[in-house]
Design a protein around this ligand. Structure first.
Ligand code: SF4
Ligand code: SF4
Length: 414
């Protein structure tokens, strides 16, 4: 595990343990602390210890200068409404994760450039980059389930696929709203466009529906690709040159685009700039998969009608609906089942009435912004840490092989 990965992982886990502590979940904090400590002792991997020191200093400083954020904030943590603390917490998480991915990208670029130059890389390849190989991850999962075969080249692709899908199963599309760096980039692109062209482009409902189905078509195509791959051919694929450099092939796809892919990129960027969350809403196949799984999520946004100003006081109100970046009509529903809900909790923050809106289960168990942060960070980082301990994280493709293959990248096919 590279130093950047280790620091990010320790920051996320120490922060989530600290949030557990501040939310008085002392047992949860103790169990997480034991899990973290045991993993550290089992690996004795020095970057993780560097990460631990950085994380302890960072969380202590945050607690000193921004106690509300460090502790999840009373407002952000317990009720998530009435102020911006929940949004601040979400924005902090999104930006820190995006920064970490950016640094990982730089490290990957340096590693690849040195491989291409025929020099032994001074920086190791960050395995977390394999999170961008969902098809490889799907094939690896098929190999594990169908053949009991564990991939040695990009095992973290399968780990991250499982982790991200688990988030969808447990807490709607919170991964999209709280963690995805592409979603964040889309938000910035949209904000930039709004600076120059103020007009809001809202497609009619029928066109919006058709466009939303586009991501499901892409998702179906990707799933079909994995499902139709004969089980017997998977060992050969996993051992082949293409899979060994699947990450480099992916990078090459973006660095040396064909005319067709350039047109596709332009359309995608145009959609992201044109419509708020346009990429997540219309294009992202990962988001589509999470959207489908999110129907099973026990946690959903729920409106308690007796507490709502509409039914409770006979007043007019649609603040929750107007706050929703996913254009979901909230104020007329009691349970938001929409596959577009990213659990951003903006509707809860916008609601003037305590207890009217919650992210909760049908049995009444509520999850605050702080609780969601803890759940997400634990899933996104504790599982990879234990995958690393179990030897199912680090790609073992020899450097010499990658150095040789990168020289012929353009001609390597499936
Ligand atoms: S504002 Fe509420 S309903 Fe809309 S996406 Fe965010 S959490 Fe879901
Ligand atoms: S913002 Fe709150 S009070 Fe207003 S309609 Fe939505 S749930 Fe009801």
């Amino acid at each position: 595990m590279s130093t950047i990965e280790s620091i990010t992982l320790m920051l996320a886990l120490v922060y989530s343990i600290s949030l557990l502590y501040w939310s008085k979940q002392k047992w949860g904090a103790a169990i997480s602390g034991v899990l973290l400590g045991s993993a550290l002792l089992m690996t004795l991997h020095w970057p993780l210890f560097v990460g631990l020191v950085v994380a302890l200093v960072a969380v202590t400083m945050l607690n000193k200068f921004q106690p509300a954020l460090a502790q999840g904030g009373a407002a952000a943590g317990e009720s998530s409404r009435g102020n911006n603390k929940a949004n601040q917490l979400r924005e902090m998480i999104r930006h820190l994760l995006a920064l970490s991915m950016l640094l990982v990208g730089v490290q990957f670029a340096i590693n690849s450039a040195m491989l291409k130059a025929g020099v032994d890389p001074i920086l190791v390849r960050p395995d977390i980059g394999d999170a961008f190989l969902p098809i490889a991850g799907g094939i690896e999962l098929k190999a594990i389930l169908g053949l009991g075969l564990w991939d040695k080249n990009h095992p973290s692709a399968a780990v991250m696929l499982v982790v991200v899908l688990l988030t969808g199963l447990l807490c709607k599309r919170a991964f999209c709203g709280w963690a995805c760096p592409l979603g964040l980039a889309g938000d910035y692109l949209y904000a930039l466009r709004k600076k120059f062209i103020k007009q809001e482009f809202a497609p009619p409902a029928w066109l919006d529906w058709i466009l939303r189905m586009l991501k499901y078509l892409l998702m179906a195509a990707l799933i079909l690709l994995v499902f139709t791959m004969p089980l017997a051919s998977i060992p050969h694929y996993l051992d082949g040159y293409y899979h060994k450099v699947a990450d480099l092939k992916m990078a090459l796809f973006f660095l040396k685009p064909t005319i067709i892919s350039l047109i596709c990129f332009s359309i995608i960027l145009g959609i992201a700039a044109w419509k708020k969350q346009g990429f997540c809403r219309y294009i992202c196949p990962y988001g589509a998969f999470l959207g489908l799984l999110s129907f099973l999520s026990p946690f959903k946004i729920r409106r308690t009608t007796e507490q709502c100003l509409i039914e409770g006081k006979g007043m007019k109100c649609d603040k929750c609906t107007r706050a929703c970046p996913a254009n979901i009509i909230i104020h007329t529903q009691t349970t938001i089942r929409s596959d577009e809900c990213q659990a951003c909790m903006k509707c809860i923050s916008a609601c003037p009435k305590q207890e009217a809106l919650h992210f909760s289960t049908r049995w009444g168990t509520k999850m605050s912004a702080r609780g969601l942060t803890i759940l997400l960070l634990s899933l996104l980082f504790m599982i990879p840490l234990w995958a690393y301990v179990g030897g199912f994280w680090h790609g073992e493709t020899p450097t010499e092989i990658r150095m040789m293959l990168i020289q012929h990248l353009g001609s390597i096919g499936h």
